[in-house]
Ligand binder design. Structure first.
Ligand SMILES: *Cc1c(COP(=O)(O)O)cnc(C)c1O
Length: 365
């Protein structure tokens, strides 16, 4: 009995098409757990969308994608000398675009290519306010010199920006401002000048920001790398269900579970599918964190005062409490007397983070 991600296919596909239309040059990102869908499914979807490039997070993810999508494969995590080589992973090096965030790595990658008889394709990462990876403008100026020596093939510059800032009225959004400040750097300009097809790969710009940039910088090919708002942008098309596996009526004081805890009052122990192996149980406990709030809760004799933690399972329209910490593949919930008790075999809704959940099955209608 399983934890299932159910997808309203027509609605999801219409959304994917809509995003592809609003984001010309779209590069779908397929990484991690494939945003809940799995990498293989996202690779096939990208093929169906007709894009020319898919981005993966890690080199190790390339083998999951390369036979299901036939375009270019951008690796988002920056190349390092110890990175797995695409050829060793069974992936055609010619399709792979490496991200490079340090000058020393650029030289090392060019050297690696020379040693193996190819010219690696590279996107040079410019450091942004994210402060994750990338080179300063001065370093990009040096990188431009390395690129001109011909050891690598330049595919553009990458800017990984923070999540969208709040927008005030019609003021110029600050993503645009930051991008333009970075673009104005002589080092970045020198890098783009090495190619007759200057491209800038960006993350976390919205469609209006990209439209603004495209109008103001028509010479640049903008390549938005989008994951969450593409795959998970239409929440109404997605639903997660677990199955009720068992239900046991308990009286106050009855023991249950691995820890032989006792029921704080009369109710039902509900056994449902989904456990730690699916990522269930990484949720935060109930919001009432302050001592005062906890004292008030205790006074009311409520269940979380007994150490019960809010679960992502919804029964009768309410998040229910874990009766004890989730097991590997099932969880035990406590339903107080009076709450509706679903039938064994019934499906119940679960509200989980898609990017941290391993579903047993994805069903697309
Ligand atoms: C993961 C990632 C993305 C996609 O992020 P979402 O928030 O899922 O759209 C884009 N760029 C980089 C560099 C990333 O690592």
């Amino acid at each position: 009995m399983s934890l299932v991600l159910r997808v309203d296919g027509p609605r999801w596909r219409a959304h994917l098409h809509g995003v592809a239309e609003r984001f010309p040059g779209l590069v779908p990102v397929a990484k991690g757990n494939g945003y809940g869908f799995g990498l293989a499914r996202l690779a096939r979807r990208a093929q169906w969308l007709g894009v020319d490039t898919v981005a993966v997070g890690l080199y190790e993810e390339l083998p999951h994608v390369h036979q299901r999508f036939d375009g270019d494969l951008l690796v988002l995590s920056p190349w390092r000398p110890h990175a797995a080589a695409p050829a060793d992973l069974g992936v055609d090096e010619g399709r792979v675009v490496h991200s490079v965030g340090r000058l020393t790595d650029l030289a090392a990658l060019a050297e690696h290519g020379r040693a193996h008889g190819h010219r690696p394709r590279v996107v040079l990462e410019r450091i942004t306010s994210m402060l994750r990876h990338g080179m300063t403008d001065d370093e990009l100026a040096e990188a431009a010199a390395t690129v001109r020596q011909g050891g690598v093939r330049l595919e553009g510059v990458a800017l990984h920006l923070p999540l969208p800032p709040p927008r005030a009225g019609h003021a110029t959004p600050s993503h645009v401002r930051e991008v333009e400040q970075l673009l104005a750097g002589p080092g970045l300009a020198a890098v783009l000048a090495t190619t007759d097809r200057p491209r800038v790969w960006v993350s976390h710009l919205d469609d209006t920001e990209l439209e603004t940039l495209a109008l103001r910088h028509p010479g640049v090919g903008w390549r938005p790398r989008v994951g969450t708002s593409l795959w998970l942008g239409e929440r109404a098309a997605l639903r997660v269900t677990a199955t009720v596996l068992d239900a046991h009526a308990v009286q106050r004081g009855d023991a249950y579970g691995y820890r032989q805890r006792t029921a704080p009052r009369r109710g039902t122990v509900l056994v449902v599918s989904g456990g730690t192996s699916h990522g269930v149980g990484l949720e935060a406990p109930t919001g009432q964190g302050t001592l005062k709030a906890r004292a008030a809760t205790l006074a009311r004799g409520s269940l979380d005062a007994a150490g019960f933690v809010r679960s992502p399972y919804v029964v009768g329209g309410k998040h229910r409490l874990f009766a004890e910490p989730p097991h590997m593949q099932v969880s035990m919930l406590f339903l107080p007397h009076g709450a509706p008790v679903p039938e064994v075999g019934e499906e119940i809704e679960v509200r989980l983070r898609y990017t941290t959940t391993a579903f047993d099955r994805v069903e697309v209608t």
